[in-house]
Write a protein that binds this ligand. Structure first.
Ligand code: VGL
Ligand code: ZN
Length: 202
């Protein structure tokens, strides 16, 4: 893990996705120590932070007739509606206190445009608006990525798939990820990641 062309991408270890959070992912807190350990051994560490305005269009609260976890059509495609979560500047959007953030080279925020959600660390959900992460990694000559964090079936999945599409060599360490798992989304995520040539470590 120590050679220069590798980066560890740590997805969304934030209070709202951890125990007691508004969109808590089962078992999220269990993976933090292992992620810290892996980060300690990594030459380049990138953290992502889901970062929404309080009236973000992915929040069910912005849609009068829809409950959380309902799927609706947006101009850019289908979009799951979520409970309010990771509102910029709030405690829910902060990194979990056990996550060591000092060794992060870069923190990339996503989902800050009201009208579009962003699961992936590379592109918003329209699949075309870039976050800038690709340029950062290429500029540092990074070719290999390990992806860990939350949630396996949303932000981890779409980050890993975009990375693979961009030509990076991608590994997902499943034991350092936890999923939301609605409508078989976890099985589907693993199937599609494998199909895209992503290495899945159990
Ligand atoms: C996520 C749903 C909404 C994630 C973010 O981090 O996987 N999921 N926003
Ligand atoms: Zn979000």
């Amino acid at each position: 893990m120590s050679h220069t062309s590798h980066a560890l991408l740590i997805i969304d270890i934030q209070n709202d996705f951890c125990q007691g959070g508004s969109l808590a992912v089962q078992g999220a807190d269990e993976i933090i120590q292992g992620i810290n350990q892996l980060a300690h051994e990594s030459n380049c560490v990138v953290l992502t932070q889901d970062w929404h305005p309080s009236d973000h269009s992915s929040f069910a609260s912005q849609h009068a007739s829809h409950d959380p976890f309902h799927i609706i059509d947006m101009p850019y495609g289908s979009q799951t509606l979520w409970p309010d979560h990771c509102v910029m500047g709030t405690e829910g959007a902060a990194f979990h206190e056990d996550l060591i953030i000092d060794h992060a080279d870069l923190i990339i925020r996503k989902g800050f445009r009201r009208h579009i959600d962003s699961y992936s660390a590379f592109f918003e959900n329209d699949q075309t608006t870039p976050t800038g992460l690709e340029g950062y990694l290429r500029n540092r000559s990074i070719q290999q990525l390990t992806v860990v964090g939350l949630a396996t079936d949303f932000c981890v999945r779409f980050s890993a798939q975009d990375a693979a599409r961009l030509g990076f060599d991608v590994t997902v360490e499943l034991n350092l990820c936890r999923g939301i798992d609605m409508n078989h989304s976890l099985d589907e995520a693993i199937t599609f990641m494998q199909r895209d040539g992503i290495q899945i470590k159990p």
